[in-house]
Design a protein around this ligand. Structure first.
Ligand SMILES: [Zn+2]
Length: 223
């Protein structure tokens, strides 16, 4: 019996794409000096349905929820000293992955946002974009679209951090799969099976990278 393969563990809900559009509009408002409007849009993107999606997508119970399977002869879980190093890709590899994967999750097609950009936005709008240490209180859209460098073959199973073994993913796709191999997750190879999701913002989504090194709400940093 052959198991049916899938392109991703979860399918993004439409509210995520609406939130992405709001974040993008917020950045445009910010860059145009309209900080009040930027604030409003950032707040609107903090959508409860988006939070519910990510809250259900990661964390404990993934193995049962996503119906992972046992695969005979699968690479064993390695002890930490036996895993390939470096554990994470270099900055050069990260830049190449971002360019290749066009700031979208390679499994589910969701737009993603680098932590550095998120933190720049948090520092400008701390009252609107919550980012406490706890999960509770984090901004829903920024949590859901949190850019991850995910090992196709998990590092704990012998995967290295080369360009060929690293893909961009969203938080749910990375934390949902964790140390599971593609075969155990019944997943097609993300570099061979592109996500089928097409949304109107796909072509111009830059991960909000245009936000960096621009105007602050107090007018400082204006080029
Ligand atoms: Zn994803």
């Amino acid at each position: 019996m052959s198991l049916e393969m899938r392109t991703s563990l979860c399918t993004p809900i439409p509210e995520i794409f609406v939130a992405a559009r709001r974040l993008s509009d917020a950045v445009d408002a910010h860059l145009g000096g309209d900080f009040e409007n930027a604030s409003r849009l950032l707040r609107e993107a903090d959508c409860p349905k988006v939070w519910a999606y990510i809250d259900a997508g990661w964390g404990k119970g993934a193995r049962a929820r996503y119906a992972f399977v046992e695969v005979a002869g699968a690479p064993p879980l390695l002890l930490k000293p036996d895993r390939p190093t470096p554990r994470m890709p270099t900055s050069i590899t990260k830049a190449a992955v971002k360019l290749r994967d066009k700031m979208h999750c390679r499994f589910c097609g969701m737009p993603v946002i680098d932590a550095a950009i998120r933190m720049a936005i948090v520092s400008c709008y701390p009252d609107v974009v919550g980012w406490p240490r706890t999960d509770v209180g984090k901004h829903a859209a920024f949590t859901c679209m949190w850019l991850q460098y995910d090992h196709v073959l998990p590092n704990s199973r012998g995967g290295d951090s080369s360009l060929e073994n690293i893909v961009l993913t969203c938080a749910a796709c990375n934390f949902g799969r964790m140390e599971t191999t593609l075969e155990e997750g019944r997943l097609a190879h993300p570099l061979q099976a592109n996500p089928q999701i097409v949304w109107s913002g796909y072509k111009d989504w830059d991960g909000l990278e245009r936000f960096s090194a621009r105007k602050q709400p107090d007018g400082s940093g204006d080029a």
